[in-house]
Design a protein around this ligand. Structure first.
Ligand code: NDP
Ligand code: 8X3
Length: 252
């Protein structure tokens, strides 16, 4: 397969670090972005010259708009954009949830992803080559108590992906929405619970959840398929997780 230049957001932890490791192992070059520069520097030391550490906050609109032109020579033609940076904050019912946390999820999961896609897509269309991989969630399709705005942001990601594909038919640019269920071993639940690692552990207790490497395998497969094959969306769940019946609260 041709060596590709792949920009990964949220590469300082969890899925993003696993994607960077996998893509470099597969012979590609990775632009690794996130807010924590020291994590990216460590990844660069681990993976060598095929990884470019590029600190970036996806809620910084002007930085996203300037990104394509500000990348170093030889790194500007991004073949694959993996929109992975994202977060859930809190698990409170909507009437008690923090509005500031809702706004941060919207700014990161929706606005950041949308702006970065808008910044990099023209180059892909002009070159008639590219792939946008959006990390959505099973929460896009299956509501759960306390998921409220997080689930809604991921529904946006899935629908945005499907609508992008509608625009891109007739070009060789591909779009894929990845929709995982529970994935353990990342910082996701610790972030959701405000740094409470003990509470985060309870989410995965007694399960064999997915791992970041499972998601990297899925993404590497979708990206590595021949150019005429577009995987529109993939829902990937741990074997131990699945939908339940509707809840019915009965009058007593
Ligand atoms: P982690 O918390 O481990 O990683 C999240 C990454 O996003 C970090 O690298 C973080 O880097 C980055 N990030 C957060 N905010 C920003 C920002 N403003 N600008 C730039 N980067 C940011 O979570 P996961 O790896 O588990 O999750 C990755 C994606 O997968 C998310 O979109 C999540 O919603 C989704 N997902 C996760 C599932 C799970 O069960 N774990 C299941 C389904 C989907 P930094 O703090 O350094 O900026
Ligand atoms: C993360 C999966 O079910 O914890 O997107 O919301 S879930």
């Amino acid at each position: 397969m041709r060596q590709q230049t792949i920009l990964v957001t949220g590469a300082s932890a969890g899925f993003g670090t696993a994607f960077a490791r996998r893509f470099v192992a597969d012979g590609h070059r990775v632009i690794a972005t996130a807010r924590r520069a020291e994590r990216l520097a460590a990844l660069s030391a681990e993976l060598g010259g095929r990884l470019l550490a590029w600190p970036l906050d996806v809620t910084d609109g002007p930085a996203l708009a300037a990104l394509p032109a500000s990348l170093p020579d030889g790194w500007r033609e991004v073949d694959v954009l993996v929109n992975n940076a994202g977060l859930a904050l809190g698990l409170e019912p909507a009437w008690r949830a923090s509005l500031a946390e809702w706004e941060q999820m919207i700014a990161t999961n929706i606005l950041g992803l949308t702006r970065l896609t808008r910044a990099l897509l023209p180059g892909m269309v002009e070159r008639n080559r590219g792939h946008v991989v959006n990390i959505s969630s099973a929460a896009a399709s299956y509501p759960y108590p306390g998921g409220n705005v997080y689930g809604a942001t991921k529904s946006f990601v899935t629908q945005f992906s499907l609508n992008l594909k509608a625009d891109l038919v007739g070009t060789s640019v591909r779009v894929t929405s990845i929709e995982p269920g529970m994935v353990e071993g990342t910082e996701f639940s610790t972030v959701r619970f405000g740094g409470d690692a003990e509470r985060a552990k309870t989410v995965y207790a007694g399960t064999k959840s997915l791992t970041a490497e499972d998601i990297a395998e899925t993404v590497a497969w979708a990206v590595g398929l021949p150019e005429h094959v577009n995987i529109d969306r993939i829902e990937v769940m741990p074997t131990c997780q699945g939908p339940g019946p509707f809840r019915v609260v009965r009058q007593t």
